[in-house]
Design a protein around this ligand. Sequence first.
Ligand code: UDP
Ligand code: MN
Length: 264
Amino acid sequence: MSAGEAFVTLATTDSYCKGAIVVARSLQRHGTTRSTVVMVTPNISEQSRFALKDVFDEVITVDVMDSDDRLHLSWLGRPDLGITFTKIHCWTLTQYSKCVFLDADTLVLCNVDELFERDELSAAPDPGWPDCFNSGVFVFRPSLHTHSRLLDHALQHGSFDGGDQGLLNSVFSSWAAEDISKHLPFVYNLSGSSFYSYLPAFRQFGHNAKIVHFLGAVKPWSSSSQRDESCSHTMEQFVSLWWKEYLSSTPSSEAGKQQEIQEG
Ligand code: UDP
Ligand code: MN
């Protein structure tokens, strides 16, 4: 057990909490020895918070509005950067020496603890622009100094894509060419777009997937694929797998729902 290392995810809505639960359960299913941490905003429901507490080692409430005056002011002017500011809050988790951030829309398919052998900032290429990294999976070192740098950069320059990925790629701009060990293999952040843009490679290498990332507008929890028995596409199979993990891992929250129904 490496104390001081953690997988970290983020959920600012009840929907993303469903994804976060699957992140934690899939990590645990594959025997992670690291801590699991979820950052949440105060607006999530009691029921979601309860379900998260069940599966995560730590549920950390981040209230970006109150935590920093500078941020509060900028928030008023730039509400679009809200989620971004919340995500980069992960750099304040200085009780950990090293972390791996996983988007709440990822599914872990095997033990990926070897990611902690990598240094900041390690990430996989973005399928849309491979000289940028995708910020759905990345290795980082919590540091208040780095957090400040990220905030300052966001306040001064915003983000070229309006989200955390643009900001992080601007700040960690040496990623593309400096050190190949910071390039995670694509199988650590496999997204559906590869299925559509390079099907032969997907067929050849897709079975090596270690972490699947459901990036884009349609998330597993917003689709109805759990009822689809005849999953022909591999991506659909991953969605099925997501549902299997979700339904197998929510006894207490499901019980809570049942109770609510019964109590009318
Ligand atoms: N997120 C969140 N609430 C939101 C949007 C995003 O908590 O309303 C978090 C969540 O962890 C999510 C991550 O930010 O996985 C990045 O957003 P998303 O995965 O939707 O972006 P994509 O990967 O599709 O570009
Ligand atoms: Mn994502």
